[in-house]
Design a protein around this ligand. Sequence first.
Ligand code: MD3
Ligand code: FE
Length: 199
Amino acid sequence: MRVNLRGFDIRKLYLDEARQRAVLDDIRAVARAAPFFRPDTPMGRPMSVRMTAAGRYGWFSDRKGYRYVDRHPGGGDWPPIPDSLLAIWRDLVGDDRLPDCCLVNHYGEGAKMGLHQDRDEADFSWPVVSVSLGDDGLFRMGNPTRGGKTESVWLASGDVVVMGGEARLAFHGIDRIRGGSSRLLPKGGRLNLTLRVVD
Ligand code: MD3
Ligand code: FE
């Protein structure tokens, strides 16, 4: 099933359970090489979401601000983006260019991500592809400027969203996690993987 919400192209259950497990295994290997950490916001408050990344770039934030970085905060390289995720990008976007970053966000029950834009990438003509695993997350999407009406949709395990065109610079966030809605992650919670072209 495809749902189009203001240019956000949502493919419900794009990944069946076997493929969700394959991606999950690959992300576990990423997290062994590059452990999850909890960034501080530029205001100095710890985020409720834990993060790590794969690819040439990952994302980091502290009192100096938000930015892409070429190393894990522990000092090591980010591991390569797993083929299971590159295959999703090839299928939905093509192979003229592959993503150079896969951000991995982990939400426990109670974690959320406030409305924000993703605009630290060099070229907004490339879409962002998002893969959801585990518990349902309530995704909210707004407009290219702050304020105005928003629309919300639950993202479930296996759902893939392509944000391109006018949706690429829209404000968006995650308001809440529905604990216990999926059995994919033994300890519960939600993983979101975003594939991006950064430079
Ligand atoms: C719309 N992640 O990592 S995924 C993020 O579920 C982020 O973890 C959320 O927002 C999550 O920046 C939402 C959907 C998403 C991702 C990137 C976008 C929507 C987007 C970039 C531009 C516009
Ligand atoms: Fe975002």
